[in-house]
Design a binder for this molecule. Structure first.
Ligand SMILES: CC(C)(COP(=O)(O)OP(=O)(O)OC[C@H]1O[C@@H](n2cnc3c(N)ncnc32)[C@H](O)[C@@H]1OP(=O)(O)O)[C@@H](O)C(=O)NCCC(=O)NCCS
Length: 144
């Protein structure tokens, strides 16, 4: 989010990204150990959420954010073949919702606590090592 604010608009973001890449710096919000060569499905969902929220609010600043994010995505795909990760679209969603930047990481992490606690409980029940890439076996396709 700080990068988007620093950039100001879509041309500014493209410039910033190109400058950083020329200096061999990493661009925040891109790359992922697992989803390196395709879009993280959670990022895609948040991208759609951002567009829907902005349309609902009719907010011109939000519309600019949508255009900026798309430009950044296009530049990174063309230059590095990298796709946005979850954080790239979570940040502007939180911003449009009016959440202070310093709360972004705690909010993201709060959603993880149920899963982390479940792992602790499972570990206690069957004290054997298990791998971090778990296989989901629960119900699918549930409506919110
Ligand atoms: C998430 C992350 C740590 C995954 O790293 P990784 O799986 O170890 O991937 P690597 O560090 O091996 O990178 C592979 C290549 O992609 C490049 N790359 C990866 N992420 C990049 C990024 N965000 N910007 C520019 N280049 C990137 C690396 O420079 C490397 O290129 P090289 O082979 O020419 O050296 C990494 O993508 C990153 O630092 N992203 C930016 C920070 C970020 O968004 N963090 C939040 C993620 S939850």
């Amino acid at each position: 989010m700080e990068m988007l604010l620093e950039a100001g608009d879509e041309d500014g973001l493209e410039r910033l990204i190109r400058e950083k890449l020329a200096r061999k710096e990493r661009i925040m919000g891109f790359g992922h150990r697992v989803y390196m060569r395709r879009m993280d499905p959670r990022a895609q969902l948040l991208k759609e959420t951002l567009a829907a929220l902005v349309a609902q609010k009719g907010d011109p600043e939000g519309e600019k954010l949508v255009r900026m994010c798309q430009r950044g995505e296009d530049v990174m795909r063309a230059e590095k073949g990298l796709f946005p990760n979850l954080d790239y679209y979570a940040a502007p969603v939180y911003w449009v919702l009016g959440i202070p930047i310093e709360l972004y990481t705690p909010i993201f992490f709060a959603a993880r606590t149920a899963g982390l606690v479940a792992h602790v409980v499972e570990q206690h029940a069957h004290n054997r090592l298990f791998r971090p890439r778990v296989l989901y076996t629960g119900p699918r396709g549930l409506k919110p």
